[in-house]
Design a protein around this ligand. Structure first.
Ligand code: SF4
Length: 374
């Protein structure tokens, strides 16, 4: 298959669904976690759960970059924008993530802070070049997919000798989060993972091998189209049925075992591991995030502005933590769709289209209502 439409072919999806239904043991419960928010969105958007037999349950994972950002990290960005009067640049989804004191970056902007949405890291660098009188800070978020572009602008900023540009680094690591999930209380009930698509183009399939060898959990890396996900589920069901646990790659059109060596080298030149990092829902995970190497310390906004991180608990009613750990579903949060909506998010999972709550609100809440009405 060469074209996008072919990966969205409904008739083919029904054939794969029939294979899953035939091969899944109705006496077994297959708990499969899709780690990535892109898969969560695809499952909701294309109604894939409805195509699966009741024995197969998809569990949303923590792979949405905005969702896993804890409130304390957003607070740092707001502090920079409001108190240090910097020009704070970040990707669009970050702007609406609720922070302390009823604030978000968007609300800080309404109070006069210079907060800009950018489409790429280059936009932030150009702002710094065009406005030497301003301190420009890029609030960098994301998994391994968005880390190489941040590394690239830091190398460029250093080459240009830019003194008014810096980065708050919130880049996090997928395998560390998967380890945390498997080592946690709910890890044992998982039967396997649908592995990330874009992340795996960078890191390759090799880093997932310990989940198969050490934890006995199969991983199938899948693309983001509906047929990719359905095929990955079939491959996982087959592994579970055969008592096998290996890493398989459904997304062969983009992912290799080694990944993108050039991007990995770029990241390695600029970043090193943080001792620990707080994730929303997963707590503080050792060696799960990146910070700038000493050679790039002059561009580290946390050092430049002497920022101190303070953990902040989530809103009392918000179940984002349990959802990110795969313990609850969005509709189990008592303020889902009432107090908390995409227009007025209370938790981070309602902000990005990759967030489990936002995806279910957009594509699944009508089905909840139909069940209640019946
Ligand atoms: S509905 Fe809102 S408050 Fe509830 S878990 Fe989802 S994001 Fe958090």
């Amino acid at each position: 298959m060469k074209y996008m439409d072919e990966f969205r072919d409904g008739e083919l999806a029904k054939i794969v669904a029939a294979n899953i239904a035939r091969e899944a043991d109705s006496g077994h419960r297959y708990n499969l976690m899709e780690f990535c928010g892109g898969h969560t969105h695809a499952i909701s958007r294309y109604g894939l759960s409805d195509l699966l037999p009741s024995a197969v349950r998809m569990i949303h994972g923590p792979g949405c970059p905005v969702c896993v950002l804890p409130i304390g990290r957003i607070d740092l960005a707001i502090q920079l924008a409001l108190e240090h009067k910097v020009t704070l640049c970040t990707y669009g989804d970050c702007l609406r993530v609720p922070a302390s004191g009823g604030l978000s970056l968007l609300k800080a902007k309404a109070r006069g802070a210079d907060v800009r949405m950018v489409y790429s890291t280059i936009d932030a660098l150009k702002l710094a070049q065009d406005h030497p009188e301003k301190q420009v800070v890029f609030f960098a978020i994301g998994f391994e997919t968005t880390t190489p572009p941040t590394a690239a602008i830091l190398i460029q900023a250093k080459a240009l000798g830019l003194e008014n540009f810096s980065v708050i680094c919130n880049h996090v690591l997928t395998p560390a989060a998967m380890h945390a999930i498997l080592a946690g209380q709910g890890g044992e009930r998982l039967d396997g993972f649908v592995g990330p698509a874009h992340v795996s183009t960078v890191i390759g399939s090799q880093p997932y091998e310990p989940f198969a060898s050490d934890y006995g959990k199969p991983v199938v890396i899948a693309g983001f189209e509906p047929l990719d996900v359905m095929q990955a589920v079939l491959m996982l069901v087959r592994q579970v049925n055969a008592g096998r646990a290996v890493v398989e790659n459904e997304f062969t059109r983009a992912v290799t075992r080694e990944g993108n060596k050039k991007a990995q080298a770029l990241v390695n030149d600029v970043f090193e591991l943080r001792d620990a990092f707080e994730w929303r829902g997963l707590g503080t995970i050792p060696l799960s995030a990146l910070k700038m190497r000493p050679a790039f310390a002059e561009f580290d906004a946390e050092l430049r502005f002497d920022l101190q991180y303070h953990p902040v608990p989530d809103h009392k009613a918000c179940e984002c933590g349990a959802i990110l750990r795969g313990e609850k579903r969005p509709q189990e949060c008592r303020i889902f769709g009432t107090v908390c909506t995409p227009e007025n998010p209370v938790g981070s999972c309602m902000v990005s289209s990759e967030g489990a709550c936002a995806a279910h609100y957009t594509y699944g809440r009508f089905k909840d209502m139909a069940v209640v009405a019946a």
